[in-house]
Write a protein that binds this ligand. Sequence first.
Ligand code: AMP
Ligand code: ZN
Length: 112
Amino acid sequence: MSADCIFCKIVNGSIPAKKIYEDEDHIAFNDINPSARVHFLIVPKLHVESLASCEAQHQALLGKMLLLAPKLAKEQGLAGFKTLINTGKDGGQLVFHIHVHVLGGGNVPLKV
Ligand code: AMP
Ligand code: ZN
């Protein structure tokens, strides 16, 4: 948990989000500023800054995070979807708590 992190605050319930899934390791919620008809984020509960901060100890967490994408996309009614992980400021990352964007349902942009 990082005190100033908006996604940690969503994880601990101190700020609200439109949650679509939760288990012991991850949550998923709708993006507040959607770039497609369906646009949600899959977020590990553990505060890890970015993909670039991940190490071997995070392998299972990353695997679980990716495996949730097709499961939740299907639950959201998507036949296909795009996944996106922005990494670092130069990679377009705005929130420094690792997350996967899942986008679908038409007008899916190349970048978010
Ligand atoms: P990124 O550029 O990959 O770091 O994307 C961060 C994403 O988080 C953006 O698409 C934002 O719209 C989204 N976001 C920021 N704050 C919130 C929030 N409170 N609830 C839901 N999504 C958020
Ligand atoms: Zn965090």
